[in-house]
Design a protein around this ligand. Sequence first.
Ligand code: ZN
Length: 299
Amino acid sequence: MNKPIIGLNVAAGINVNALEAELASVKKWGYDCAEIALDAFPLIISGKENKKFVEYAGSILKKAGLHYSAHIGVGLDLRSRDQYRLHMDALLASIDICARLSLNPLVLHFEQDSHNPEVENQFIEGHKKAALYAQQKGIMLCLENIEVEHYKPVLEAVKLVGLANFKMNLDLGHLYIASKYFGFSFEEAIRECAPYVGHCHINDNTGIFEPMRLENFDLYRALPMGYRITFGRGDIHMPPFYGEVPIEFSIGILKAARFSGKYICEYQSRIFTPFNQRIQKHIREVIERQPAASEEKGI
Ligand SMILES: [Zn+2]
């Protein structure tokens, strides 16, 4: 049985000169993989790949010798009516970069169902096109559930695209908050999603939905994270086992469903520096402890 690949997200907003040191830290803390936010650097300019910068970043990634996955830049919106072409270009350029730098999978956000059938059709068709393009390049696309939306439309979108390289990125922290806000069973949701999951984001929170997230997103983003952590408000991206998300249960269900993707701990590692190594050890121990499907059946 293959060893699980366990990674850490690389914080957005990092100076490229600090990337080498950041990746060395990820490795030193014992993680196997780094998830790179594609908008952390000017890798794409107005929908086109910035090849010189991609090459430069590639040389740094290669030196660090980790596995990599990628997170799409903030603001990609295949529901856009007037700038659809530009958003599509940015997505295809992101796939090109993933192929060039061996970042796999590429995580995309579902965001919110518009409840407009035409818009949703454009969203699905765009993802189908992107997934076919990614297929030729050996890249998997994984659609992430966000806490502002029920998981069902995300799962439905994965099924509608219906391609082997288009799966769900299950974010456990987002699912937990959504389960409290929308009032569904977290455990049932995990069981229903598990067969469609290609990538997993692990982070913790208290399950409290921050209403500002829907009422005023700009104000929400301006809330100091220290304040939100102190009062446990919303999607606070704590390390695994610092909150209430049933992480061990979720991993057990994923492994029983033969999940073979990467586990990315998506938390604010910069404010947990002295603890990052033990956080890695703890989650690895929990992942390795859960039986895989074949072990469960004694095969
Ligand atoms: Zn996530």
